[in-house]
Design a protein around this ligand. Sequence first.
Ligand code: GEK
Length: 235
Amino acid sequence: MPPVKTPQPFQFDEKVAAVFPDMIKRSVPGYNDIILQIQKLAGRFIKANSHAYDLGCSLGAASLAMSYGNQQHDVEIIGIDNSAAMLKQCQRNIDKFKLTTPISLQQEDILRVQFKSISMLVLNYTLQFIQPEQRLGLLNNIFDAMLPGAILLISEKIHFRDPKINQLMIELHHQFKRDNGYSELEISQKRSALEKVLLAETRDKHLQRLKEVGFNQVVCWHQQINFASFIAIKD
Ligand code: GEK
């Protein structure tokens, strides 16, 4: 048997970009449902003459969903990611479609973006990679650039305060991955690689921070095992 390599910290490089669409569907419970709902929400919330952002766009699934869902004129979808490998593959994906609402891609750290006239913003499994102490500042920046009635959607892996429940959810998630063809070794290597880069918080922490930012309408609208999705609407 070949020696087992020590896992390196997780990086969004070319190797990950190549297998990403398959990997995220097989490892994130509820992923497809959320992408479908992003399309529906885009139809309801995106306004004419505004911007819709997809932060940490990876291969562009949420950007494409917003482009397809949008019903308004003069809308720009902006996909942002700091991984050149992801964006290269993302541009190839987008080029395969004939889009009526254009998607433009930017390679940037989402902590440095100057947001403008937002009617919809998606952070689909991306906030979890931002240092916890920087999350409030990022959400404040987003809130300030949101138009009245705009929507923010955040999907995250979550943590549970009760240790037994937390352990149970981790095990159910690992079972989900095994059922989708991952081996024990792949699961444990991914777990150690992500340990320091993916910093999960509780569902209450997410809801409380969104209220602190200034959102009055906040809901956890989807949860499957230890993956949750939140919606916040600006008054
Ligand atoms: C999807 N939203 O398919 N600035 C910009 N991009 C970043 C940063 C940062 N500071 N940190 C991480 N990323 C996608 C899935 S994946 C989730 C999102 C996952 C990027 C990173 O390069 C990667 O492409 C993405 O955030 C997270 O709906 O892999 O679990």
